[in-house]
Design a protein around this ligand. Structure first.
Ligand SMILES: Cc1cc2nc3c(=O)[nH]c(=O)nc-3n(C[C@H](O)[C@H](O)[C@H](O)COP(=O)(O)O)c2cc1C
Length: 229
């Protein structure tokens, strides 16, 4: 059924308009607290897909930020991570089709050292005209977690991520990802909140009030989806 007991805003049809307005926003967000009603709505969106969404605070928030910084530092000196970044992003002199790679205009400003751990899509290289700014000191970070780590959990994570991001967009909340620590086996485990009972952190999101981000190109549908007649 497309409608449910949690109210209209959880109806996938109500989330649909946000598909066109949701973008990853790599800009600083205000540290203004998010209203409890919004936090509850986002957690319910995750529960719909059998995931838990927890908001890191206090020592746990500091620990999640430290783990992301550690991952970011490793990425800057790791040849594999540098190659991944080069494939995943698009620089001005890129010769691939225009749909390949996150374009420079979506990188957002460069983070001043010592603030919220944003992944630097420029890999530390200078981009002319790119400003350097302060990000949040205490960002709103949300962790999507599962009790187990099966392919089913990974699929549900994708669905939960989509629901949470779209619901946030409907609520006027901007979002970005902070997944660096998840990519290092030894940094993923300590990310979890030991009080939560959910061992496997699957996704780390940054939430807040701020610029909505920028639209980026998509590959043509027939490049990514085979439809049987
Ligand atoms: C599994 C996954 C992990 C991601 N990790 C990051 C990240 O660590 N930092 C970041 O800036 N964007 C991250 N992204 C966001 C993608 O770069 C983004 O979705 C892509 O650039 C498309 O832009 P859009 O979200 O605005 O449509 C991640 C996306 C996915 C699906």
């Amino acid at each position: 059924t497309l409608t449910g007991p949690l109210g209209d805003k959880d109806d996938p049809a109500a989330l649909y308009p946000a598909v066109h307005t949701r973008h990853t926003s790599r800009y600083p967000f205000a540290e203004t607290p998010l209203p409890d009603a919004v936090l509850t709505a986002l957690a319910e969106a995750a529960h719909r897909e059998h995931l838990s969404l927890s908001f890191a605070s206090g020592w746990h928030l500091r620990s999640v930020m430290d783990l992301a910084l550690e991952a970011e530092a490793r990425n800057l000196t790791d040849a594999g991570a540098a190659a991944d970044l080069a494939r995943f992003t698009r620089r001005a002199d890129d010769t691939r089709p225009a749909t390949e790679g996150v374009p420079e205009y979506a990188f957002g400003p460069r983070r001043r050292i010592g603030k919220a751990p944003m992944r630097d899509f420029a890999g530390g290289k200078p981009i002319p005209g790119r400003p350097t700014v302060d990000f949040e000191t205490a960002p709103h970070l949300a962790l999507l977690s599962t009790a187990r780590d099966r392919p089913l959990d990974w699929m549900r994570t994708g669905q939960a991520t989509e629901r949470v991001l779209l619901r946030a967009t409907v609520e006027g909340v901007s979002t970005s990802f902070l997944t660096q620590a998840l990519e290092w086996h030894d940094l993923r485990w300590p990310l979890r909140d030991p009080m939560s009972g959910n061992a496997y952190v699957q996704m780390v999101l940054r939430l807040g009030y701020g610029p909505p981000g920028t639209r980026t190109p998509r590959r043509p549908v027939h490049d990514v989806l085979d439809l049987e007649p």
